[in-house]
Each structure stands twice: as C-alpha cells, then as structure tokens.
Ligand binder design. Structure first.
Ligand code: ADP
Length: 473
C-alpha cells in the first residue's frame, strides 16, 4: 500500500470515528433534553389531574395531548393482583383517551404501590386500531374525590403523553446527521487525498530525479523554501557531491591507467610484428609469437574499451546535434557486409533525425551488430520505430540468444555470458557497458529481449530531433 493511500485511509478512519463520537453525543444530549421536557410536562399534567379529581371528580379538563386515567381503590393496602382483578374502580378518564384504557403490567403496579410513583413506557391501543407509544407517569396518591364524602381516598393516577414526536425528531436528526456525515466523509477523503498528494509530490519528484540519474552521480536541482524536502535535497546533494568526486577520481585513474598501458602494448605488438615479418624464426617460436600477438591484441582492445568507458563515465561529453539515422545505418551496413556472410537489413523511415553524436551512435550500433555476428546470427535487422517524441532503434538478430538469468547483468562491466567462450572470441565484456553509457549520455535508454535459440533484440531509445534547415545559397 502506498504512503498516500495509507495516510488518506488513516485520515478517513479518524474522521469517521470523530463523526461517530460527535453524532453519538449530540444524539444522546438531544434525547436527554427532549425526555426531560416530557418528564416536566408529565409532572405538571399530574398536578392538574389531581386538582381536577379533587374539584370535579373527572379528568375532562386535561389538555387534549395528555392521556389520563384515575382508579379508585376503595380499601386499604391493596396488592397489584387485587387491582388487576378489578378491585379498583375507574373513576375518571381524559378526553384524549376517547374510550380506550391505560394499562399497567403487574410488575409496574407493584412498583407504583411500593415506591409511590414511577415512569414507564407503554403502548396505547386506540379504538380506531392505531397504536400510540406513550411515556407514562403512574402514582399512588391519597386525595379527596369530588362526590365521595368519606375523606381522602387511595387513587392510582396515570398521566401519559405520546413519544411519537420525540421519536420522529430523533429519527430526523439521525437521518440528517448521517447524510451530512457521509458527505463530509467523501469530501474529507477527497481533500485528504489531494492534500497528501500535494505534500508528497516534492518527495516523488526527488525520487524521480534520483531514478533518472545516469550511472554518474549528478546533483539534484535545489528546492526553494525551508521545508523538510528542501533540506532532504540539500543532504542528498552533499552526499552526491562526495560520490561525484569519488566517481571522477575513479574515472581519472581508469583513463590514466589505460592511457599509460597503451604505449607498452603498442611497443610489444610492434616488436612481435617485426619478429614475425623480418626475422627467421622456427615454427615453434612462430607459434609462441602468434599467441603473444593474439593476447597482446586482446589486451589492446581491453585497454581501448577501458579508455572509452572512462571517457563516458567521467567528464566525457557527447556533442549532441541532429543526426540522420539512415546515414548511420547505411554506414554500418556497408562496414559489416564485407566481412559478414549473413545479411544486414535496414527498415527505417527515410527522413528521420535523432538528437545525438553521430560518431558515438555509430559506435553503439557497431558494438551491437558485432555482438550479433559473434552470436552466429545469419540475419541482422536494423529497425527504426518513430514514436513522435522518441525514436526506438532495434538491432534484431537470429543468433544464439541469451539465457534469461543473464539478461539483468548484461550491461554491467566485464559481464560475459560464457566467460571461457567469450574470452576466446576476444570479448572484454565491456562492449555493452560502453553502449549503455553512451546511450545514457544521450539521455536515452537501452534494453534487451532475448530467448536462447531464437535470437536477441537490443533496443535503444533516443530523443527525436528536427531536420536541420538546409542553407540556401
Ligand atoms: P564483449 O565486449 O565481450 O562482446 P559485451 O558487453 O558486448 O561484451 O557483451 C556481454 C555478453 O553478452 C557477451 O559475453 C555475449 O555473450 C552476450 N551478448 C551480447 N550481445 C549478444 C547477442 N546479440 N546475442 C547473444 N549474446 C550476446
């Protein structure tokens, strides 16, 4: 999982938990306030009901939103089951009840008798069949009843109000809050993603620049500002500067050493040639001299390759200009057709120019074509594909091919697929390393596809150039 996704998901999770907490506490508070108001209203309604029983012996004066009912218990110390079995006489009902009755469970009745008063939830079944959820205050009171002269009587008084309004308010709130929270979550997720992307962009830029860096360490462009990424780039640059210095020292050493070796090798070869051509030598001596000559020539190529590599790896610069690809390809074809028994074919658009150094591009192609020939190719095709911004040049052969495990190392210095056989053929293992450094100095890339027994394809991607304006006399 990328860092971007992880931070976005974390933010979303946090936002979700936060919203859940806020929603939960607001819901809880709202519910508490609404039920607290209802409780106060029920207390008031109960007081009104008590007054009405005392003064009128009925509950018809209660507001129409209050459901009220009074039961007279005409003997002392009743039990809940006495009352449920009809020992209590209903003496008054509010108009809201409209003939229906309020009922209490046995357990609720027991509590009323024991505690003196409780709040409970119940459902009223109206005469029209509708069910009304109620919050009920049930009390046991001693009061005078109008019309009954025997003094204070035991009365079970129930007053209730519908909780439908509260329930629908709470449900409305929950629905609205959930929809808003969802919107906030979607919007927050989008914002977090954008913000994280914006924050990580400079880091990705640093990574991309480091990726694009060729084999030679180069310093990254410094960033404006005083943030963490700018100081990361500064630290990276300090490290790269040290690497660059080490790289240059190594390059210089390589250049100096190979340059110094060239002179003695040339002298050795000169003397061997002199001995072979101008002096009388025995057959055995000739054989030895031939071996020394072959080895000296191999050493000469190796030293030459090393020198090339030190040039491209060190401060050596390619001189980029518009190069006509067809011309370079034709030169290569002509050069190799003489010694090569197979065929070299060209498939390229006539008027295509690339940004490059003609001599170095020639060297790249020469290396690739001679490798193909060394790999017993019968047919080598030089194919050019025009991809608008870039041009891909493919050297395709039907030679031995390369086993898969060697492909990732092929462009490394001194890497040979079959060490003994390749040394025999006079290879230094530096050819493809040189190819890669030249191509990278051009701002391009090189890659290989190959299969043993079927051949290989080496592709070079280069920048396209515009044809130079022809000078009119
Ligand atoms: P050298 O200078 O010795 O030719 P290179 O770096 O050019 O070395 O090539 C490295 C290895 O890759 C060689 O040992 C060779 O076996 C293998 N190779 C390169 N090109 C081809 C090809 N077209 N077909 C098969 N093998 C190849």
């Amino acid at each position: 999982m990328t860092l971007r996704t992880r931070i976005t998901l974390l933010t979303l999770g946090l936002l979700f938990v936060l919203q859940l907490l806020i929603g939960g506490s607001v819901y809880g508070t709202l519910q508490f306030i609404l039920y607290e108001n209802l409780r106060r209203e029920l207390v008031e309604a109960s007081q009104t009901a008590q007054r009405l029983i005392r003064e009128q012996g009925s509950l018809e004066g209660l507001p129409f939103t209050v459901y009220g009912q009074a039961l007279w218990v005409p003997f002392p110390n009743p039990t809940a089951s006495d009352i449920l079995q009809g020992a209590a006489i209903p003496i008054a009902k509010s108009l809201a009840l409209d003939g229906a009755s309020l009922t209490l469970s046995e357990k609720a009745l027991q509590e009323v008798l024991r505690l003196g008063g409780i709040y409970t939830e119940t459902t009223l079944l109206r005469r029209d069949g509708a069910q009304v959820p109620l919050r009920l205050r049930a009390e046991r009171i001693e009061t005078e009843i109008a019309g009954i002269p025997q003094g204070p009587q035991l009365v079970i008084l129930m007053v209730g109000r519908s909780t439908e309004g509260i329930r629908s308010t709470l449900a409305d709130f929950a629905r609205t809050y959930a929809a808003t929270a969802l919107l906030v979550l979607v919007f927050g997720g989008f914002l977090a993603f954008r913000l994280v992307r914006q924050t990580l962009e400079p880091l990705e830029w640093v990574a991309k620049k480091a990726e694009q860096m060729s084999a030679k360490p180069e310093r990254l462009p410094e960033l404006m500002g005083n943030n963490e990424v700018a100081s990361l780039v500064k630290s990276l640059n300090r490290m790269l500067a040290r690497l660059e210095a080490a790289w240059e020292t190594q390059g210089r050493f390589l250049a100096d050493a190979s340059h110094e070796l060239r002179t003695p090798i040339t002298a050795i070869l000169g003397h061997i040639n002199y001995l072979l051509r101008r002096t009388q030598v025995s057959e055995q001596q000739r054989e030895s001299l031939e071996i020394i000559k072959r080895e000296a020539e191999r050493m000469q190529k190796l030293v030459g390759d090393l020198l090339e590599l030190s040039k491209t790896g060190g401060g050596w610069k390619v001189e980029l200009g518009a190069v006509h690809l067809q011309t370079v390809l034709n030169e290569i074809q002509e050069e190799y057709s003489k010694s090569f028994e197979g065929q070299i074919e060209i498939e390229a658009p006539e008027d295509l120019w690339v940004l490059g150094d003609a001599e170095r591009l020639h060297q790249v192609l020469a290396n690739l074509v001679s490798n193909a020939i060394k790999a017993h190719a019968r047919r080598v095709r030089l194919v050019v594909r025009d991809l608008d911004e870039r041009v891909v040049l493919r050297v395709e052969d039907d030679g031995d091919g390369i086993p898969k495990e060697h492909l990732p190392h092929l462009f490394e210095r001194f890497y040979r697929v079959d060490k003994a056989r390749d040394r025999e053929r006079g290879g230094s293992g530096l050819g493809l390393a040189i190819v890669r450094s030249i191509v990278e100095a051009h701002g391009g890339s090189v890659w290989v596809e190959s299969e043993p027994g079927r051949g290989s394809v080496f592709s070079v991607s280069l920048r396209r150039a515009r044809a130079p304006q022809t000078q009119l006399a």
